[in-house]
Design a protein around this ligand. Structure first.
Ligand code: COA
Length: 440
């Protein structure tokens, strides 16, 4: 059964469940919003339904109910690999069902067949100076494919809105299929003197990316499979996924929506943190000419805080314990990069930073998040340019963006339009003064 047929099979039941919730419990109050929350990034206010993945504050992300460890154990792997086919992961994210080897391979074959990147994309990337930000190139590359959107073309011709999800899925599959070569093109332009390498149709999705940046090594293949799995989605309310979903709710095509999501991911408090984090570890190693002792590191971390900076890779808006994605990376690092001074420094920070962050009394989660190690591992295995790391995050996160958007169309979610208030209105609300006079 194709991915489209499997989603079609599930749509009716999902629509009925949502209709039932709205019909029978439409007035049920989920939460109240406080003045504090409205001025604090709407933190903790439920604003979305996120059936693709959910972040449990203690246990971390669950993809369609499965923890990352369960995904690693239950999804099928390419031969001799410790990590699953990305095609199988995408099948799980889209359908909620575990994939067989055959299904995973079928999805990856479908991607292979769709993977030809239009020339306009390369022209757009080439128009950037080599020194331009990799994420800006990635985002622009996606925008340049918008004119080829099947959804936009069919929408312009007029179509039943119940069918919107079908060309949206088609576009999503095209986008995911082309993304590795686009990312590799950016990498090779920026860091390998424009030496481009053709895809190898014999390799799986993740391994093929490694091949296209000149890293043909089974350990790098596994690193890529692991990274693409760990970063694929993190609920639908974080900056990038929410942005992509919001733009998609205006019925903008998948390229416009995902490009917008990538722009959010490029921010230092979000996806750029993996670059910032590795740079910070390098900074620590440079400062101490190697792995610092505990006292020196404590002083350094405290100085970071007192100078108004954050300790990158630590803290989270939702998680309240060690990110299980960090735990997977840590295990991988211990097995493959234990002697690397950057891994050892990251390990030392892991031992020292939580107590220091806790002592501030304000950091809600002092534990490491996924970004605390990704850069160390990339660097160890030859991806030494930290200014590229967020692109790899984006390559993975496109899976989450597209699954949320396809399902938003499948259940006909309306355009998003929450309400905004003014400070004067809030003042009037809390003081019970005459609202009308204050609005003027
Ligand atoms: C991820 C992050 C943006 C979450 O922010 P948040 O939800 O506002 O986090 P909190 O509610 O715990 O923040 C409370 C305070 O602690 C600070 N804080 C949180 N994490 C911190 C960190 N790693 N280093 C220093 N201060 C931190 C916040 O800046 C905030 O300070 P303020 O009140 O002076 O503005 C934040 O933890 C952070 O900046 N971490 C470092 C960057 C990072 O790793 N990002 C990747 C996230 S996956």
């Amino acid at each position: 059964m194709t991915l489209e047929a499997k989603i079609r099979e599930k749509i009716q039941l999902r629509r009925e469940r949502i209709d039932c919730l709205k019909r029978e419990h439409g007035d049920f109050v989920i939460s109240n919003v406080t003045v504090e929350q409205i001025y604090s990034g709407i933190r903790g206010v439920p604003i979305q339904v996120s059936d693709i993945s959910y972040v449990d504050p203690e246990k971390g992300v669950r993809y369609q109910g499965y923890t990352v460890d369960e995904c690693i154990n239950l999804l099928p792997n390419p031969e001799d690999s410790r990590f699953p086919y990305i095609g199988g992961l995408y099948y799980l994210l889209m359908t909620g069902e575990l994939s067989t080897v055959a299904r995973a391979v079928e999805i990856e074959e479908d991607w292979r067949a769709r993977s030809e990147v239009p020339d306009v994309v390369f022209n757009v990337i080439d128009a950037f100076p080599d020194g331009a930000a990799a994420m800006a190139m990635f985002s622009a590359a996606l925008l340049s494919m918008s004119s080829g959107s099947k959804f936009a073309a069919q929408y312009a011709d007029g179509m039943d809105k119940k069918e919107h999800w079908i060309p949206m899925l088609d576009d999503s599959m095209d986008l995911i299929a082309r993304a590795p070569e686009i990312c590799a093109y950016i990498y090779n332009k920026k860091y390998r003197n424009h030496e481009h390498i053709k895809p190898d149709p014999g390799l799986d999705y993740a391994a093929n990316f490694a091949h296209m940046v000149g890293l043909d090594d089974p350990q790098v293949y596994d690193l890529l499979r692991m990274t693409l799995l760990l970063l694929a989605d993190h609920e639908n309310a974080n900056v990038s996924a929410h942005t992509a979903h919001l733009v998609g709710s205006a019925l903008s095509d998948i390229y416009l929506a995902c490009s917008a999501g990538l722009n959010g991911l490029a921010g230092p408090l979000h996806g750029l943190a993996n670059q910032e984090c590795f740079k910070y570890i390098q900074e620590v190693c440079d400062r101490f000419q190697g792995v610092p002792d505990e006292d020196s590191l404590t002083a350094y971390l405290q100085q970071t805080l007192s100078s108004g900076r954050v300790i990158p890779g630590y803290g989270h808006a939702v998680l309240r314990s060690i990110d299980p994605r960090f735990a997977v990376e840590y295990k991988f690092g211990k097995a493959t990069a234990a002697d690397d001074p950057y891994f050892q420094t990251a390990k030392a920070i892991f031992k020292t930073a939580p107590a220091i962050l806790k002592a501030t009394g304000k950091v809600k989660n002092p534990w490491p998040n996924v970004d605390a190690l990704t850069g160390v591992l990339f660097n160890h295995f030859g991806l030494t340019h930290s200014s590229f790391y967020t692109v790899l995050f984006g390559l993975s996160r496109l899976m989450g963006f597209t699954c949320h958007i396809v399902w938003a169309r499948a259940v006909n979610k309306p355009i998003e339009r929450p309400k905004a208030l003014t400070t004067r209105i809030l003042e009037a609300m809390v003081s019970e003064q005459n609202l009308e006079n204050l609005i003027r």
